[in-house]
Design a protein around this ligand. Structure first.
Ligand code: GDP
Length: 199
């Protein structure tokens, strides 16, 4: 793998409908997470670009599927943060449907990166996503982010507990600690993401 194959990522388009997405060829991986989990920061850290994915504080773009083009017909898709507080219920229902359809029907989708705040792992949304990915046999990479907020031993304990719970529920995701701030686990995440895209 070259030093960082994600460094060339650039925003290709933002879609509010599935038909606006690029042609369904090549390979892509979608980033999902509850809003404020640290998804944009994780994308920015992985791509080593400060302002690539906008953080939760910029509502406009966070409610779209943002498509970041890589090399060789590969893409990263930033899904809308789940549970964004200022979105009315009917709009949420629309997004839920859209994301379900995207996950189910997108041929080029190779996997999902699920971002969870390591201090609040496996909330309802995360469980639904893991169940869904398992049902449709879509690989899922779990990044337990904001690991800098925990001590080393707390981090290890959290990882072990999440791993155990996932195993007991039949979810076979790869998982690791991550910190966009301290840059912990970023190289590992790039390697895992590259493998997903090539899978
Ligand atoms: P998103 O809504 O999931 O895209 O989350 P953001 O990336 O916007 O992050 C939400 C908040 O968490 C922001 O205040 C970030 O600065 C903070 N944050 C994100 N990643 C980290 C991290 O690795 N460590 C720490 N300490 N804070 C983080």
């Amino acid at each position: 793998m070259p030093a960082n194959p994600f460094q060339t990522a650039c925003l290709q388009l933002s879609a509010s409908q599935l038909r606006q997405l690029p042609e369904d060829i090549g390979s892509e991986v979608a980033f999902a997470g509850r809003s404020n989990a640290g998804k944009s920061s994780a994308l920015n850290a992985i791509c080593a670009q400060h302002g690539l994915a906008r953080t939760s504080k910029t509502p406009g773009r966070t409610q779209l599927l943002n498509v970041f083009a890589l090399d060789d017909g590969r893409r990263l898709i930033d899904l809308p943060g789940y549970g964004y507080a200022k979105v009315p219920e009917d709009m949420r229902a629309h997004w839920r449907k859209l994301i379900d359809a995207y996950l189910r029907d997108r041929e080029s989708l190779r996997g999902v990166v699920l971002i969870m705040d390591c201090r609040h792992p496996l909330k309802d949304f995360d469980r639904q996503m893991l169940t869904y990915c398992t049902d449709i046999e879509l690989p899922c990479l779990l990044l337990l982010t904001k690991a800098d907020k925990l001590s080393r031993s707390e981090g290890a304990k959290t990882l072990a507990a999440v791993r155990k719970e996932c195993a007991s529920l039949g979810w076979t995701s790869h998982m690791q600690l991550f910190s966009a701030q301290a840059k912990t686990g970023v190289d590992q995440a790039r390697t895992a993401l590259d493998a997903l895209l090539n899978g």
